[in-house]
Design a protein around this ligand. Structure first.
Ligand code: GCU
Length: 458
């Protein structure tokens, strides 16, 4: 799994999806890529952009002549939009003005320019328990439920969407806090009985064991069961179901919002499950799923804590910063499906500097809720994900958190590798490992304990 994500990361992005493409024959893969290219071309046409007017992104392979910038000395100067200045130029004076007036302006910009809007009518989800059993994680007794969220398809019966969700809570515990991960319930490489896909190193317990031993639960939702991770899939999944199998319009939602919508539906279920304390739900994800995690937290107020792993461009990284992955990569046929079609314009008619918002404001949308931004080491993870770009966004979300009397990172200086900046509601740590949240789990749990309390071993 880690190897797989690392290889994705190093080779830059091709039309690829872990669960959708795994196990496909080369011919099937080829046909999927062709369908994706056709959908991408259709969106360009709707936007009035010719293929030649679309700028190409740099390569994720450091050896390529067009490799992405990985030198701080070559980073451009950029001006960040001020989260506390209204569109009419006036300044936000207090938390109430932020919540009632400025926050909606910023949220609307993210919707119209980057991630797309949720459709007015999205069919309901009916959760069914597929299995419910007592079992073990490591040597700890747990209760594990497998659920499926059946989306009402009465309006378009030929399309089926069934969301896969796993919920694990300590055995015979009362309602516990739960970390919801965007991830894989079964390893895509080893489809067999469910075993925790420990991303931690062999020397430490898996993240699942760490959470259970704290007396907390975890859940995993499979993004591909909500919306495929490729452009070819946009006429299916929840996006395709709402559009009755037709292609997207430029302002329609992309996969990140669709995945985040699925997480919200899981929370609807958690509110009814007596093993879960739905007031203490965290969201966690890595890489593209880290992007989904920050989008989910920004738009879903019921999420109480965030653990945003190596989310990079389109997630917690400043999009204006020329370092690592760029908007031009996100607009390519391999990644445009994560966003609204309209976002492609920023790699053509417009530039990232024209964006009315940037990632510091995506983090600010989470305020005052605590959010932890995680990255790996540049030596192991590479530079593509741009740890510093994520730090800058976290640092510049400070003004909004301070309006609420919350603590920021406590510094504007990029910290040395491994330094935990965990004193406040915006937290950051770059661990010494690769493309994983694994080595930051114990730091995250200790930080989360401050907010969730009742840690078993306190
Ligand atoms: C590619 C892509 C990133 C993404 C990553 C992943 O590297 O360019 O934006 O985060 O894949 O999800 O593994």
């Amino acid at each position: 799994m880690m190897k797989f994500l690392t290889c994705l990361l190093m080779t830059g992005c091709v039309a690829f999806s872990a669960s959708a493409q795994f196990g496909l024959t080369p011919a099937q893969r080829d046909s999927l890529n062709k369908l994706t290219a056709a959908d991408h071309a259709d969106m360009l046409q709707q936007l009035g952009i010719t293929a030649g007017q679309l700028r190409k992104g740099p390569s994720g392979n450091p050896k390529d002549p067009n490799a992405a910038n990985s030198s701080e000395a070559k980073v451009n100067q950029y001006n960040l939009p001020d989260p506390l200045t209204f569109k009419n130029g006036q300044k936000v004076k207090n938390a109430r003005e932020w919540t009632e007036k400025r926050r909606p302006e910023i949220a609307a910009d993210f919707e119209t320019e980057i991630y797309g809007k949720l459709p007015a009518q999205i069919p309901a989800v009916n959760w069914q328990i597929v299995s419910d059993k007592d079992t073990l994680v490591g040597n700890q007794a747990i209760r594990q439920k497998i659920l499926k969220g059946i989306v009402d398809n009465a309006a378009f019966p030929s399309m089926k969407v069934e969301i896969s969700l796993l919920l694990t809570t300590p055995a015979s515990a009362p309602a516990v806090p739960v970390v919801l991960e965007f991830g894989f319930i079964r390893s895509p490489f080893n489809p067999g009985p469910i075993k925790p896909i420990g991303l931690g190193s062999a020397a430490e317990p898996t993240w699942q064991e760490q959470l259970i031993s704290r007396g907390w639960g975890y859940a995993i939702i499979e993004p591909a069961s909500i919306q495929a991770d490729n452009g070819a899939g946009l006429t299916a999944g929840i996006i395709g179901l709402v559009n009755k199998g037709r292609r997207r319009k430029p302002t329609d939602w992309g996969a990140l919002r669709a995945w985040a919508w699925g997480a919200s539906r899981a929370i609807d279920y958690f509110e009814k499950d007596k093993n879960v304390d739905a007031k203490r739900i965290a969201i966690e994800g890595l890489s593209r799923y880290g992007k989904a995690a920050i989008v989910a937290m920004a738009f879903e107020p019921r999420i109480s804590l965030g653990f945003i792993g190596s989310s990079g461009a389109g997630g917690a990284k400043i999009l204006r910063r020329i370092f690592g992955e760029q908007v031009e990569n996100l607009a390519s046929s391999g990644e445009y499906h994560w966003f609204s079609g309209k976002f492609i314009q920023y790699a053509s008619k417009n530039t990232p500097d024209d964006l009315p918002v940037d990632a510091h404001e995506l983090i600010a949308l989470c305020a005052p809720r605590p959010v932890f931004i995680s990255a790996g080491s540049p030596q192991v993870e590479g530079h593509w994900i741009d740890a510093r770009g994520m730090f800058e966004a976290a640092a510049h979300a400070d003004a909004v958190y301070k309006l609420f009397g919350k603590k920021d990172l406590g510094t504007m200086q990029f910290p040395k590798l491994g330094t935990p900046l965990v004193d406040g509601e915006i937290a950051f740590r770059q661990h010494a490992g690769g493309h994983s949240t694994g080595p930051n789990w114990s730091t995250w749990i200790a930080w989360a304990c401050r907010y969730w309390g009742d840690c078993k071993y306190d």
